[in-house]
Design a protein. Structure first.
Length: 276
């Protein structure tokens, strides 16, 4: 019979959001570059692009949720969604490899110019105590990894209350992590820009840890969405990829932080005077 579905794949209906999302991302990045070059239209274009990206995410992922409830996410489709998330996380790994590369390139081969003095950290640089707030944030993220795993196991075993409590605990820990990092940034003894008296140490430090902090904020939003979906009765023990993707992402930011803590906070500041 014509039009009868005789396969496990999901053929998507025509949708405007991929095109809208592409142009919104172009406006966001292009406007950002214009803004950095002091173009008068830069801020407006960046804001328009940001709004477009947010609307695209809400609408497109909203359609994905509707498709899941309609039964379109067969085991084959769910498998491919997992492949997609794995590839996304792999791309994120390479993103952080770039920042680690920049840090190790500067630290293993410090320049002999006066501001660095052929030493690492650069001469005159005070560093943060790695066993103060950074260690606290490490413990917070490790605890959050256990709470999101608790939520996952509760979901698999049909414990809806355990799922919600585990999600709330993870969200709270994520917010505390962000607050502690913001406090740390406000009291950092080194600057980001060399024009403000900073060095390559501050630049690489803030880029690596700052982008990780941004990923923690994104992951927290991801988990908040999952919490409200759980409250609405979404997710079943056999079909919960939306939550599973959030958990994978959260474990990813946990692991990245461990590498940041050991390499940048401990090894990268070894031998330098500690601030405070």
């Amino acid at each position: 019979m014509a039009g009868t579905k005789n396969h496990d794949y999901h053929i998507l209906a025509p949708d405007p959001w991929p095109l809208i999302g592409a142009f919104s991302a172009l406006a966001l990045t292009g406007g950002g570059v214009m803004w950095m070059h002091d173009n008068a239209y830069g801020p407006a274009i960046t804001l328009a692009g940001l709004v477009g990206v947010i609307v695209t995410m809400i609408s497109w992922w909203g359609n994905t949720i509707k498709e899941a409830h309609a039964g379109d996410h067969t085991p084959v489709v769910q498998l491919h969604l997992r492949y997609g998330m794995i590839l996304f996380i792999a791309s994120e790994v390479m993103f952080f490899v770039a920042w680690f590369w920049a840090f190790f390139n500067a630290s293993l081969f410090p320049s002999a110019v006066e501001t660095i003095g052929a030493q690492w950290p650069p001469k005159g640089t005070e560093v943060l105590d790695p066993f103060g707030y950074p260690l606290l944030n490490t413990l917070i993220l490790l605890c959050s990894g256990t709470t999101v795993t608790w939520a996952h196991h509760a979901l698999i075993n049909g414990d809806r209350e355990g799922l919600k409590k585990g999600l709330l605990a993870t969200i709270a820990l994520g917010l505390v992590f962000t607050a502690v990092q913001a406090y740390e940034y406000m009291h950092a003894p080194f600057a980001f820009k060399t024009t403000n008296g900073g060095t390559i140490y501050g630049s690489t430090f803030f880029m690596a840890t700052g982008f990780h902090g941004f990923h923690v904020i994104v992951g927290t939003i991801f988990l908040i969405v999952c919490y409200f979906r759980a409250v609405k009765g979404h997710f079943t023990p056999k079909q919960h990829f939306g939550f599973e993707a959030a958990a994978w992402y959260w474990h990813f930011v946990d692991v990245v932080w461990l590498f940041l803590f050991v390499s940048i906070y401990i090894w990268g500041s070894w031998g330098a005077p500690v601030h405070g």
